[in-house]
Design a protein around this ligand. Sequence first.
Ligand code: FE2
Ligand code: FE2
Length: 171
Amino acid sequence: MLKMSDSIMSGSINEFKQGKSPLIMPQDESTPFCPWSDDFLLGIDRLDKQHDALFSTLNKLHDILMSHGSPVAIDKTLSCLIDQTRVHFQTEETFMQQHDYPDYEGHKTLHDILLRQIEGVLETQHELESYHLQQSWAEKLDLADFLREWLLSHIVDADKKLGDFLKKHGG
Ligand SMILES: [Fe+2]
Ligand SMILES: [Fe+2]
């Protein structure tokens, strides 16, 4: 049985500290939570469009959290984010396989770890709801911060390397 003291955040999500990222510019009220910038473009159209869509869904999730939206709305948007992420990772992994990308295993492992983490958060949320409990808003916002940090740092590092490789090899 789930204990109240169990943390909803696990592993690296728990260790994540807000505000450390050099990738996030200081924000004002009008700046989206996860602002898109051409710095994130890989030059591979399909992947760039998927990244842009992930940013939009993450911004939507953050807006719902900031307005203390209903658990149903949060659940729906988080599920959508997970589905989009799964499809996006599958697209990248197919490109990697088609072009014999040398770091396929390493890049796929990063994808698998992230998916396991966010699926675990959703599962825990469902378990809490079955006991008529809820995550704290701080924990929910920690998740959004973690996802933003992960997405930005993954794009500018692992995905950029993949994009450069694909452009060189006719991707
Ligand atoms: Fe990506
Ligand atoms: Fe990736």
